[in-house]
Design a protein around this ligand. Structure first.
Ligand code: PNS
Length: 172
């Protein structure tokens, strides 16, 4: 440890950005890029939730995340299937990153952060404001538009756009 740092030598700041990512959007990618600059390692973790019925399988969602973060060397992709705090501990991660788009996100996020704090006081949640350009954007909106053959190229990376076309059976 040196005078300027409260961290032990060799200790890495590891953050987890958890979510459904069904599929990843430019809004998520904006948070991933910005969060990756703040930590030594950022693990983007896909919730493998059997009670939801996602459009993309966990493997597909992870594959798309891998593709769209391939230029970010300190970003890894993972998945978890039960409590987030348990996954955090398994990864030696200290910080949960979440994006907030609007006040409507806030109540849910506050509840989640407080629950995680109750479950493990050693884990901190930090919030990043989503780029206002993407404040309306969600995976559900993207799926809705793609389902009705609308243009999603400004909302998701090209690989995700292609995957959506594959799901909804469009040729182009
Ligand atoms: O992208 P989402 O669907 O808003 O992400 C929600 C997610 C995955 C972060 C949240 O549902 C979660 O962490 N679930 C894991 C179960 C858990 O730990 N619950 C306690 C905290 S609410």
């Amino acid at each position: 440890m040196n005078a300027k740092s409260s961290r032990a030598e060799g200790e890495h700041r590891i953050a987890v950005y958890p979510g459904s990512f069904d599929p990843v959007t430019f809004g998520h990618l904006d948070i991933i890029r910005r969060a990756a600059k703040q930590f030594d390692r950022l693990i983007v973790a896909v919730l493998n939730n059997t009670s939801k019925s996602p459009l993309f399988t966990v493997e597909e969602r992870k594959g798309l995340l891998l593709e769209v973060t391939k230029d970010l060397p300190n970003v890894e992709i993972g998945s978890f299937r039960d409590l987030l705090v348990r996954y955090m501990r398994s990864q030696q991660a200290q910080v949960i990153v979440r994006g907030i788009r609007s006040v409507t996100d806030f109540e849910y996020e506050l509840q989640m952060a407080s629950t995680n704090r109750q479950l493990d006081e050693g884990i901190e949640t930090i919030f990043m404001m989503t780029n206002p350009k993407y404040s309306y954007l969600s995976s559900s909106i993207v799926k809705e538009i793609a389902k009705f053959d609308g243009a999603v190229q400004d909302l998701v990376p090209p690989s995700v756009e292609a995957a959506l076309r594959g799901k909804f059976g469009r040729s182009e």
